[in-house]
Design a protein around this ligand. Structure first.
Ligand SMILES: [Zn+2]
Length: 85
């Protein structure tokens, strides 16, 4: 039996990404996305920005991603390695 691939251009597959926030300030959490590039022709990473609720402490935040190609969930660790702005 041959398996016919789905046409994946018509829907976004879901991916969960476990990552560490690059930076945080009182308003936002900043993450360079491991999968989003600025354009087809660029390898520069896109910075995704989420609300931080004025909480700068180390913790885990689970957020829906802002990725263009995939439907993503981010498990964002805010650690000692996360830059405080
Ligand atoms: Zn992304």
């Amino acid at each position: 039996m041959r398996i016919k691939p789905l046409d994946r251009s018509i829907f976004k597959e879901h991916i969960t990404i476990n990552t560490i926030a690059d930076a945080i300030d009182k308003k936002h959490i900043y993450i360079y996305c491991p999968i989003c590039n600025k354009s087809k022709y660029s390898r520069s990473k896109v910075l995704h920005i989420h609300k931080s609720s004025a909480n700068l402490s180390n913790r885990l935040e689970v957020r829906k991603g802002h990725c263009s190609t995939y439907d993503t969930t981010f498990n964002i660790s805010i650690t000692d390695d996360t830059q405080r702005l």
